[in-house]
Design a protein around this ligand. Structure first.
Ligand code: GDP
Ligand code: ZN
Length: 303
């Protein structure tokens, strides 16, 4: 039978079988034959083949090919952690003020999503806290790049209907640091799931997400949402530094005026991208983030 991974704790996976029943599954022989570069074999959204071994229990024999995946680089393990698979889009969730708006975090999430073949979008929550001008400018910049931006308040309910219509009939993952209001949004969108919310200390946060495994949630209005563990940092990896400009789509039309090819858009004379930054045609902060990520990628040979 085939089924979909909903969650996983201590190598036991909750699988919704195509017969509409849930199964508690383990991996047959503990190891899944796998051609991926990640340390976790399964993530929420994965499709698997399994057979029933006991009443409502099963053994997973293989993972079906993924349509896409969202993964983060784990520096300590020097490997990828797949956070979710087979989604229609991934929302980089951030808050307007508390915790502070972190556009550079979002830029990284956007790259990681696109790298895994996932369509990214941005969700600014807590708009009831007030959205400062510089925040609005950065949001408008993403919009000009064709990235959908949602502005919500899980507190007042503002923007949630729009989010719901976007997510209807789709699988949408929510990813962001803890404290931005992911659980509160999910509770509002799926009444009755009662996710724990509130200021959770780093220590407790670790306790709460022992397995570091997200969860697929069925919405009563027809759609699936993916809750993911709160993550503070995300590293860009798996990109040749020379190719990084390609991930900043706004650079493209200014590339042609660079006198060097390829151009790193840093020290080269007559650089079209730098000129565009100076003329305010490319957002300064995006450019600076590009430089930062590029330096990180060049720092050492990661691959
Ligand atoms: P998570 O860690 O991303 O799941 O964040 P939570 O959902 O636990 O929310 C963290 C805190 O922010 C809680 O105290 C929530 O009540 C609060 N919160 C969530 N959404 C909003 C919002 O839209 N506006 C305001 N002002 N507070 C919010
Ligand atoms: Zn250049």
């Amino acid at each position: 039978m085939t089924g979909t991974i909903y969650s996983g704790i201590n190598n036991i996976y909750r699988v919704l079988g195509d017969d509409g029943k849930y199964y508690e599954c383990r991996i047959k022989g503990k190891i899944l034959k796998d051609d991926e570069d990640a340390y976790n074999p399964l993530a929420p959204g994965d499709k698997v083949e399994f057979f029933e071994s006991d009443d409502s229990k099963g053994l997973i024999t293989s993972r079906l090919p993924r349509r896409n995946r969202f993964a983060r680089w784990n520096k300590k393990r020097e490997s990828w952690q797949v956070i979710a698979a087979n989604m229609d889009s991934l929302l980089a969730v951030i808050s307007a003020a508390l915790p502070p708006f972190r556009p550079r975090f979002v830029d990284r999430v956007l790259i990681a999503a696109m790298q895994g073949g996932v369509q990214p979008a941005v969700l600014l929550n807590k708009v009831d806290q007030g959205v400062e001008g510089w925040v609005e400018k950065r949001l408008a910049d993403w919009e000009s790049l064709g990235i959908r931006v949602f502005r919500t308040s899980a507190e007042t309910g503002a923007g949630l209907d729009e989010l719901k219509s976007f997510a209807e009939g789709k699988t949408t993952a929510l990813f962001g640091p803890s404290g931005v209001g992911k659980s509160t949004i999910l509770n509002r969108l799926i009444p009755g799931i009662d996710l724990t919310t509130g200021e959770i200390s780093e220590k407790h946060q670790r306790g709460r997400h022992v397995t570091n495994f997200g969860r697929l949630l069925d919405a009563p209005w027809g759609g699936r949402l993916v809750d993911t563990p709160g993550v503070r940092e995300i590293l860009v990896n798996g990109i040749d530094p020379v190719d990084l400009p390609g991930w900043f789509s706004e650079f493209e039309k200014y590339n042609e005026s660079c006198s060097f090819s390829p151009c790193s858009h840093r020290h080269e004379p007559d650089c079209g991208v730098r000129a565009a930054v100076e003329d305010g045609l490319i957002h300064q902060d995006r450019y600076e983030n590009y430089i930062r990520i590029r330096e990180e990628l060049e720092e050492k040979d990661r691959w």
